[in-house]
Design a protein around this ligand. Structure first.
Ligand SMILES: Cc1cc2nc3c(=O)[nH]c(=O)nc-3n(C[C@H](O)[C@H](O)[C@H](O)COP(=O)(O)O)c2cc1C
Length: 357
């Protein structure tokens, strides 16, 4: 099978396979292990501050001399109004009662103690750290940031979940579009619609392929040769792999989290706003069941910040009922092997697959 295409050329890799950025799971070791398989690693920086971004980038550069993508959350920060303050305080009180009932001791932050970083600061750090591939989700970069990054010779990869979002990215001169199907684990990258676009990967990918000219990476549900090749036939140039790597040696997840992910049943995977205020796909638990249909969901990033400390403490206690366990719809036997091994096996299986074109 000939893997060479626009993505391998643009990203200078042998295989157009991208290790999905997964904040909370991805480590510098995972990025380096991906480079060892001649695929593209992605370092998830989410909304970390500049100092943390620099530290992670430098750590990764010590482990690999190959280029990797850095991934950021591009989102508008809602203003703190009196109404938001009131809702925040009510939500905080509700959570305090809930955790007390569940024997978790945690101090939740007041709204004025929350630090929210802008992605523009991250863009400056990324440029000064000389990273040449940037992927992003939750929105589109502003024109000034696009200009700055392009002037620095950066390849831009933007995430979308609908045809209209793909068009916005293409019109903004984003180099590669990552089409995220509803099968994907973690947060939805949607950014134009209040009602989350829930179009299935099959329809989404083929419609985007018919609409845009730029290379497309597909993300969502790829977990073996067959699923990878199916998306190739539908027009994907690159293949983003997330959930398949959750159990890998380099995953930052704790054993109890990996164990819970290995025992998941189909009906337990849902889309929820409970943890962050944005829709994400993960395993249903007590926290989600209590919050999902309540009035206690603040807009992103306030919900995310409010639940952050709670999730941290629950995680220390190995309590899977109060942590976010993001995963996609393609349930598979999560391998404990290294990321390099898992990706090489996927490449080998794809090359030997009966269905290959
Ligand atoms: C645990 C987890 C965390 C994620 N975090 C991010 C992230 O930080 N940035 C991002 O662009 N996408 C993130 N995603 C979405 C992935 O990039 C990708 O769209 C998804 O994993 C692909 O679907 P799959 O999980 O079925 O392979 C995350 C996904 C998972 C499972």
């Amino acid at each position: 099978m000939n893997w060479n295409n626009s993505i391998t050329k643009l990203l200078n890799i042998s295989y157009p396979i991208i290790q999905a950025p997964m904040f909370g799971v991805t480590t510098p070791e995972m990025v380096a292990a991906t480079s060892k398989a001649d695929c593209l690693g992605s370092l998830a920086l989410a909304d970390l501050d500049s100092k943390q971004c620099s530290e992670l980038i430098r750590l990764t550069k010590q482990l690999t001399d190959k280029a990797f993508a850095v991934n950021i959350f591009v989102h508008e920060i809602p203003e703190i109004t009196e109404e938001l303050k009131k809702k925040y305080s009510e939500t905080k009180s509700f959570f305090e009662e809930l955790v007390k009932e569940n024997h978790i001791e945690v101090d939740l932050p007041e709204i004025d103690k929350i630090k929210i970083n802008s992605y523009q600061e991250q863009v400056d750090t990324i440029i000064s750290e000389n990273c040449k591939i940037v992927s992003f989700t939750f929105g589109n970069l502003d024109q000034q940031s696009i200009e700055k990054l392009k002037n620095n010779g950066t390849i831009l990869i933007g995430t979308c979940t609908s045809v209209s979002e793909a068009l916005i990215l293409e019109q903004s001169r984003i180099d590669i579009i990552c089409a995220q199907g509803i099968e994907a684990g973690g947060h939805r990258g949607s950014f134009t619609n209040e009602n989350i676009p829930q179009i299935g990967g099959l329809s989404l990918l083929s419609q985007i392929r018919d609409t845009v000219k730029v290379p497309i990476i597909y993300a969502g549900g790829i977990y073996n040769a067959k699923t990878l090749l199916a998306t190739k036939i539908l027009g994907a140039d690159g293949f983003q792999i997330g959930s398949l790597l959750l159990g890998s040696q380099e995953s930052a997840l704790k054993d109890f989290e990996k164990q819970r992910l290995r025992n998941v049943n189909k009906g337990e995977i849902i889309l929820t706003k409970s943890f962050s205020g944005r829709y994400a796909s993960g395993i249903k638990n007590t926290f989600i069941e209590t919050i999902e249909n309540s009035d206690f969901i603040l807009p992103y990033p306030y919900q995310n910040k409010l639940t952050g400390e709670l999730r941290k403490v629950a995680r220390e206690q190995n309590n899977s009922e109060f942590v976010n366990l993001w995963t996609g719809q393609s349930i598979n036997k999560l391998s404990e092997k290294s990321t390099t091994y898992i990706l090489k096996k996927l490449i080998e299986e794809t090359e030997n697959n009966f269905y290959q074109s």
